[in-house]
Design a protein around this ligand. Sequence first.
Ligand code: ADP
Length: 297
Amino acid sequence: MALTITGLSKTYPNGVKALKNLSLSIGNSMFGLVGPNGAGKSSLMRTVATLQEADSGSIVLDGIDVLRQKDEVRRILGYLPQEFGVYPKISALDMLHHLAVMKGMNSASERKETVDALLQQTNLWDVRKKALSTFSGGMKQRFGIAQALLGNPRLIIVDEPTAGLDPAERNRFLNLLSSLGSDRTVILSTHIVDDVRQLCPRMAIIASGELLLEGAPNDALAGLAGKIWSKVASTDDELHAIEKQLHVISTHLVGGQHEVRVFANALPGEGFRVVDSGLEDVYFLQLSGQGKNQRPN
Ligand code: ADP
């Protein structure tokens, strides 16, 4: 599977430029699209999912012109939108049957086989007769995956799926995503860097509608080895001084104190220690405008 996005731009009628000449290649396996809120992730995903138009650029999915051959795309695409919408009072089982009919699955026996298998796969078998409106956030997201998998799509897009899930539900959901197999491509759009670290062999970081980095998380991490330094600032004044003088990429509260993480090629000052870099450092470094030339591939 190959998805090639070239020079994609989108300006909304209110003047917001959501995508600015964005180009990106996505191959097989799980691909992480990460960026802060407002980066343009949903705009990009909705465009790939044929739900909205672009102003210019092209998207090609295995030889299909996505912006024009929409029906062909829809046949091989499963989509879990950020807001799945209303959850009706009907059961998961009935809803999946209904959606399967809408997808053109006319044979009752084939439908039963598919729906039952999806309910098992998403761990919803035991609650299949419960109304969707009573489902927890995690159950709803797993149902979202079940409906996205109807018709056995080659490409699955999941938009911000773990936002609002508690840690146990999030874990279960990430496990489900990773089990979707190597025979299809999954694009995981998220602002949660950790989701990408856990699941995705390749990723892209976007912000303000632009691509900041594309490549393997491990390569991006390797580029930061020995360059991330940490210090606990004991006073607000010290924190402000560090922020003024050094390239701070993030600050975290640890036990009520500010732990500052700084990007520097050598010891940036007294009291700093070199620390293991994490994908969050890659992300914050890109967002802070540095490292634009550090594309790992
Ligand atoms: P993300 O998914 O990364 O949070 P979005 O694609 O939702 O980003 O939004 C990108 C930018 O486009 C934001 O500034 C957002 O407010 C704006 N935007 C998104 N959808 C619309 C719309 N339908 N009309 C106008 N502006 C929009």
